[in-house]
Design a protein around this ligand. Sequence first.
Ligand code: ADP
Ligand code: F6P
Length: 325
Amino acid sequence: MAKEVKTIGVLTSGGDAPGMNAAIRAVVRAGIASGLKVKGIRRGYAGLLEEDIIDMDTMSVTDIVQRGGTILFTSRCKEMTTPEGQKKAADICRKHGIDGMVVIGGDGSFRGAQKLSANGINTIGIPGTIDLDIACTEYTIGFDTACNTAMEAIDKVRDTSASHERCSIIEVMGRTAGHIALWCGISNGSEYVLIPEREKENDVQEIIKKILSKRRIGKKHHIIVNAEGVGNSHAMAKRIEEETGIETRATVIGHIQRGGNPTCRDRVYASAMGARAVDLLLAGETNRVVAYRDGEFCDFDIDDALAMTKDIDEHLYSMTKRLSR
Ligand code: ADP
Ligand code: F6P
């Protein structure tokens, strides 16, 4: 028979993402509405291991649905990757009466969730990362906001790039994932997108050829979107300037993309995922991750979810090339 859950905990872990607060609010409010006690674990697994645990009530999540960041703070925690740390984390949950846990984060955080579950704490993951690099889901909390932030920043760079008839390389976040770069490449009408998933196609010589051919047909400025993980944007700018004679500047947008008020989509989907995580705990489920696929919210076993792989959307990628000819 499924273990009855009476008190649940919620934590955020790994890189923060706009919309995490909306998810926390949904977990707390849905939990309380279903008669559960809710505790907030501050600073992710590090805070759990240090027993940085607070009681949450309706008012502790008021006025946060619109705020970026995470009111619970987040961290990266080495100790949680050890079997001793994982057992200690589960024992601390038991000590505080926490029999269900919601972990909001990325794949790394889900590995921690998997271990909590294996150590007897019913645990559910919610995908929170601006990188969209969680294989089981088409949506992750924060991606939509991060794309909109980067898109607006690139629009601004385009204004000055056009005034000076320059080439601009704009670096967006994504150490191992090019989803933000790809979406900005399309929404900002860039001439070239460089993404880690298509390493062989990240050829600076090809970019140079393209810039020169565009100049010949009257283009006066150029926008190149580079994902963080591909290579140094400043070095690339220097080489393009040297080889084309066109003034080139690199702009690294950076952590601005991780902050700011979440978009409507991020608030709504994060809320739906938070409520679903609570429903799963109420149903006695454990070791599952909430996801969004084919237009519906759903959930997967964490082991299966972590075994899945995800590529860049090839249709979108080839389309950027077609549209930037
Ligand atoms: P994300 O969740 O965004 O992928 P990280 O990869 O940094 O971010 O992981 C966040 C945290 O999850 C790590 O600091 C660590 O505490 C925990 N974690 C990562 N990998 C494991 C693992 N294999 N086992 C247990 N916990 C892990
Ligand atoms: O949140 C995801 C991400 O922005 C990645 O794109 C990037 O590689 C990483 O986080 C950087 O995180 P931090 O600066 O916190 O180490």
